[in-house]
Design a protein around this ligand. Structure first.
Ligand code: ZN
Length: 290
């Protein structure tokens, strides 16, 4: 069943678990992630962004059809829209939610641009995730010239008030992409953010962060964990392990899918949302159809 990001994350926040937001930019991975969610009786968030495809309208329709047919709650987000055009296209395509990422801009510009998109999105019942502080790339993050900036709790509280965003990505020590070592998460900072920020918190850069770190972060207030690289790696490893050559190549997609599925299933356990699926609320479903 297709649900809104607010219903998805509102429940996660209230019950103290996280939901993996998995990169699924094609039919194979979309189907695989939903079927694994059904097997685990878990809610699921699907991520698609321009970094994976520019076929925004096509994927919004595909995800909507698949999500409505699913026996578990599913929602989707148009991830990391980083300028006006990308954000508006996500809204037009009909994604249930979009991420409006202006986190590399100074506070005032970030807040002003997010607030503008929230106005558009909320007018058509689409949720918005924004980011304060900045989750940079892993390579820069590990070096001296990091472009990551930890989230300042007071700024985060003000940002939610200024923008009316539905959920907030925070920077507590993770980074996008592949780490050179396991990152040190600032759980003290997360604790403070979870106490002060009124909307559900989101962790970007979930790949390579370590199961224990992710589980702990979800118990402490992270409601959505974005994972991309790790899933691609699991798919790639499955292909390498099965020694793709000759006619074995005919098994290319099934083998890739197997690797992807295994890791998605693992993420439900790590985030603590396995078994947390709920039944359709007719009232909400009807609202979504408007
Ligand atoms: Zn991200």
């Amino acid at each position: 069943m297709l649900v809104s990001i607010n219903e998805m994350l509102g429940r996660a926040k209230a019950e103290g678990y996280g939901v993996p937001a998995v990169s699924a930019g094609n039919e194979v991975t979309l189907r695989a992630s939903i079927e694994e969610a059904e097997k685990a009786n878990s809610p699921l968030i699907v991520l698609v962004g321009y970094y994976m495809t520019d076929a925004v309208n096509y994927y919004a329709r595909l995800i909507e059809d698949f999500s409505k047919a699913a026996s578990v709650p599913v929602t989707a987000m148009w991830d990391h829209s980083s300028n006006f055009k990308q954000s508006v296209r996500g809204i037009r395509a009909g994604f249930p939610s979009i991420m409006v990422d202006r986190s590399s801009l100074p506070y005032e510009e970030n807040a002003a641009q997010v607030a503008e998109m929230v106005r558009f999105a909320h007018a058509v019942d689409i949720g918005v995730e924004a980011e304060i502080g900045h989750v940079g790339g892993a390579d820069e993050n590990m070096g001296e010239n990091s472009d990551s900036a930890l989230t300042v709790p007071e700024e985060a509280v003000r940002f939610v008030k200024d923008t009316d965003c539905d959920c907030l990505a925070v920077a507590i020590g993770t980074a996008h992409g592949v780490y050179k070592g396991e990152p040190k998460l600032r759980f003290d900072l997360l604790k403070e953010l979870a106490q002060k920020v009124p909307v559900p918190l989101v962790l970007h850069g979930g790949s390579g962060t370590g199961d224990e770190n992710i589980s702990k972060a979800c118990r402490m207030g992270i409601c959505k964990v974005n994972v991309a690289n790790e899933l691609m790696k699991a798919s790639y490893d499955a292909l390498i392990e099965s020694g793709m050559e000759g006619n074995k190549l005919y098994q290319f997609w099934p083998v890739l899918e197997k690797g992807y599925r295994k890791h998605v299933a693992h993420l439900f356990e790590v985030c603590g949302c396995a078994g947390k699926a709920w039944k359709a609320d007719q009232h909400l479903t009807a609202k979504l159809m408007k």
